[in-house]
Design a protein. Structure first.
Length: 403
């Protein structure tokens, strides 16, 4: 098949989405398919066009047989939603123009977030008279409701709701990365037969428990004798940073434990303000994709807290798949799909959203019980091997795209 992938996220940009979609493109190509990618010029996480690409509107590259067409966008590192929307709109316009000259594919796969990317993809699909598949990793404009940026009665939300539902209705298939997203979309458009659930996957050869645990500690100047509790990933709005801060602060008197944070994101200013007075936390900044497995290998426990919002009950963080594959026990304040996966796997402990004391108790008990921690680690890795093998993900996408 000739497959056109349209996405805002693609390597060399960092982040879970860019890594996920780049990996998918490579694996589809390895299965013998012709892949063309229409994406942005590299700009994330710096919020600026990479120096090697500045001053250019379009850059076309052949990466191991994959044609990658990168177009200009107005890049920004601002956390303001208005600035982000302008950036996304600029990519939509550039992608829509460049898409006119693309060779006609057999099928188009569109990463549905941001919404403007979907619109560019729908335009190109209509132009080429080809069916498109939407890949939904988050719900928009629902997300803007969850952060309080809009209300359901606002004009912007109602217009955005109509636009997004239009892209859903006209898609041949909709791939969702969480069952909650599928249920919500079915309610919005009154259709469920076109929706396919495909959980994210993980490369079990790249992420495995036998990696060198000291490499990451040495690279970041962390005492090799200390226990590490880690949060690695973007500081996105769905994470309850305040609850995590309370957990870290509760361990201030423990000189044998350090909490490692690795990443950047929209809550950077909140994190930076807290970190100035944190005595038992270590901030690494952005962790390159190739170093993430070693960061988890150095971790004794992974922890994260999600905000108490119905939308986030459907969120399945990309870090979950990495943590499971690395065999790292999880302590999470979360409800919904991810909590169900953690409990089913017996790979960690879930507590209610916002319950910092329960997280503290769970982490303290695990640090004191090596046998129990090893059991959680074993169960997590076993669950990843049974459910999250990336080859299963590719097979599922091929089935959808071929249909």
């Amino acid at each position: 098949m000739r497959i056109l992938l349209i996405t805002h996220y693609f390597e060399p940009d960092g982040g879970a989405a860019a890594h996920r979609l780049t990996r998918l493109a490579r694996l589809l190509h390895q299965h013998g398919h012709e892949i063309t990618v229409l994406t942005t010029l590299p700009h994330y996480p710096a919020g600026q066009i990479h120096p090697d690409y500045r001053g250019r509107l379009v850059v076309k590259e052949n990466r191991d047989g994959i044609q990658v067409i990168q177009v200009w966008l107005w890049a920004t590192d601002s956390p303001k939603i208005s600035r982000k929307l302008i950036s996304q709109l600029s990519f939509m316009l550039m992608a829509g123009i460049r898409g006119i000259a693309l060779k006609r594919p057999d099928v188009i796969l569109i990463e549905a977030q941001p919404t403007f990317t979907s619109l560019a993809g729908v335009w190109i699909a209509a132009l080429k008279r080809r069916a498109y598949v939407l890949n939904v990793s988050d719900l928009w404009p629902d997300h803007l409701l969850s952060v309080g940026a809009l209300t359901e009665t606002s004009l912007i939300y109602r217009v955005a709701r109509r636009i997004v539902d239009f892209t859903y209705r006209h898609a041949k298939k909709i791939v969702v990365l969480s069952p909650k997203w599928g249920e919500a979309i079915a309610r919005y458009i009154g259709q469920s037969e076109k929706i396919e659930l495909i959980y994210n996957g993980i490369d079990l050869q790249t992420f495995h428990p036998e990696l060198d645990a000291n490499r990451f500690k040495a690279a970041h100047g962390i005492d090799p004798h200390k226990r590490i509790v880690s949060f690695i990933g973007t500081f996105a709005t769905q994470y309850d940073m305040q609850t995590m801060f309370k957990v870290v602060d509760a361990f201030r008197q423990r000189d044998d434990v350090v909490f490692v944070f690795g990443g950047v994101g929209s809550q950077q200013a909140v994190f930076d303000a807290w970190y100035q007075t944190a005595t038992n936390a270590h901030y690494t900044g952005w962790i390159p994709t190739d170093d993430i497995p070693f960061a988890w290998a150095a971790s004794d426990i992974a922890f994260f807290a999600m905000r108490d919002n119905p939308l986030y009950q459907g969120t399945v963080p990309a870090k979950l798949f990495e943590i499971f594959a690395m065999g790292v026990p999880i302590v999470a304040a979360i409800e919904g799909v991810t909590a169900e996966i953690i409990r089913e796997s017996a790979g960690g402990i879930c507590v209610a959203c916002g319950d910092a004391p329960a997280m503290v108790k769970a982490i303290d008990n695990l640090l004191a019980d090596d046998t129990r921690r090893a059991q959680y680690a074993h169960h997590a890795r076993h669950y990843a091997e049974q459910h999250f093998n990336i080859e299963r993900v590719v097979a599922a996408y091929l089935r959808v795209l071929s249909s």
